[in-house]
Structure formats: C-alpha cells, structure tokens
Design a protein around this ligand. Sequence first.
Ligand SMILES: Cc1ncc(COP(=O)(O)O)c(C=O)c1O
Length: 355
Amino acid sequence: MTRALATIDRAAFAHNLARVKTLAPGRQVFAAIKADGYGHGAVTAAHALADAAGFAVSSLEEALQLRWAGIRQTVVTLSQPLDDEACALAAEHAITPVVFEDAQLPALARHRGPVLRVWVKIDSGMHRLGFSADKAAAIEQRLAAIEAVEQIGWMTHLGCADDVEHPLTRQQLACFAAATDGRSGRQSIANSAGILAWPDSHADTVRPGIMLYGSSPMLDQSAADYDLRPVMHLTAPLISRRRLAGGEPIGYGASWFTPEAMDVGVIGIGYGDGYPRHVPNGTPVLINGRIAPLVGRVSMDMITVDLRDVPDAAVGDRATLWGPGLPADDVAKAAETIAYELFCRLTQRVRFEVI
Ligand SMILES: Cc1ncc(COP(=O)(O)O)c(C=O)c1O
C-alpha cells in the first residue's frame, strides 16, 4: 500500500487558469511555476497549464528543465543572477531573464550572439529586488545601447496585496505608473492577490502562482470564495487503530493524554515526508469525510489522530492531509505558515501521481 501520495489533478489546474482568465480578461498570463511548480512538479504544471502564454521560474536551471521537457512558451527567470555563461545559455534557449540589479549589466553588455530578451524590474516599494523608480530612464537607455539585448517589458512585485486594507499596494501602483509613464514595452504587476483583489494591478501581463494551485493568497478569503480548486490531494493510509484507556500519553514527549477511553489512529506520514512537525493538537486531518484531529507530536514517519468522530475508520483507509474537503490553507493556518510552504517542502519520499 502506498504511503504518502500526492495526487495532482490536471483538470483543477486548467480550471484555476480559466479563473485567472475570467478575473483578468484579455491579459497575457505568465504562470509562476518556480520551486518545482510550488512542489507540484514544474513540468506537470507546465503541461497542465498549456494555455498560459508563459511561465515564471526563479532560475536558469528551472527554466532549462522546462525547455528540456519541450516547453515552448516564454519562460522568464525572476531572480537569476547574470554572468557571461548565464546570458549565453538564456539566449541560446530563448529564456527571458528579469534584470533587477546593476551587477547584471556588465554581462549583458558583453553578450553577443542570439538576441537576449529581458524584462526590467522596478522596486515600487517592496524593497526586495528591482531598480528604484528614478533609475527607470537610465536603465532603459543602458539596455537600448546593447545591440544583442532587447527589453520586452517592465515589471514590479506587490508586497502586501494579500491585505485589501494595506496602503502599500496603492503606493506601489502609483510608483510603478510614474516609473513607466511614457515608456514602451509590456507591463506586469499582479501576483495572485493582485489578480483577485486589485484590478488596477492587472496591467497587460499577470503572474499568478498560488491561485493556480487552488489556494488563496488573501488574508480573509478562502480559495472556495474565489471558486479555486485544490490541485494537490495529499493522502496517507491509516496504518493502525487502537483503543486506549483514559489518561494515557500519546507519542514523543507524552505531550497529549487521552481525556477518556478512546480510539486513536496512526497515519503513515510524518515530517520525513514534509508534513509540518510543529502543528498543534487539533490540526485537522480528514478520514472518510470527517475530521480526525491530530493529537500528540508529529514524528518522522507517523502522526496520531483522535478517531472519536470517525468510528468507521479502518486500517487501510486513506486520510487526507490536505486537498479536496480539507484546504491546505486551513492546515497552513494551524501550522502558522502558508500553503506555499506546505507544498514546497514535501520530500522525495512522497509518491506523486498525475490524474
Ligand atoms: C515576482 C513574482 N511574481 C509572481 C509570483 C506569484 O505569486 P503568488 O504565488 O502569490 O501568486 C511570485 C511568487 O512569489 C513572484 O516572486
């Protein structure tokens, strides 16, 4: 019997991409599939999202993985440092780097050979990557002077778009508008939160990530509120079920005691599979359509759950750790993290299946 299994639903990917296109009509979509498609498999994601105009990854390595898999759409590297070799490889494989830093310019200036297309990133207020708005004209001129480099567009990234009350987003939109005013080229601002909550950020190219995987980036709205469907279904089998007397400790550290005589289940997944170790008692696990709250500490290969509300759970039944019926966002909240991290940190031990 398969232990931890992540089932990736291609139809859910397609549905979520269709939602992006409905919410940001007519915009070019670059799907963010960095970090191995947010842990879902980058090549799987690229095939399932074939209707996207392009893909955004972090590095040249991630971009080349897509090219070697035969992906032909635009592939943008969001945070690839550029030296001579990187420029040559990117140009050879028609990969589009983002230029975000002065230190990238000397290699671009030395580049010869196939034309290298680039986007330029403006730091509109998040202060992570990008040129400050007052440098836009200078960087545009410097790139225009390099024959083998062509600037395609301008982009920026929103730091607080998940919070509809946050004033930074308006400031960032204004800053980016000022930086790009009168300049030619495409423009891209919106991540998932921008697409969902900030129509003014849609510009002409959107860069959705987490919403394509069926999770919500917003602080106060669920994925279901936006009609997004979970792509990953993470399951593991119930490998043991036992009745314990009241007052008995469970697991390492004896951190939880049975409040009464009760049935406890053991599920074959643990932090060795990437299930978060620090989740508290009560974190939801779904078995046969009902919640079996996690009790005791997460161990490397197993978790223990309270089966009092799931009397019919039998050894061999598969529990849902997240996926349909149990949003990854709910588990992430219990783990005091975000679904992005839950997805990305699954380990090699988890088997993947694409349906
Ligand atoms: C530059 C950039 N654009 C777009 C995205 C996609 O963001 P999200 O997954 O929140 O939609 C990311 C992800 O972090 C990013 O770094």
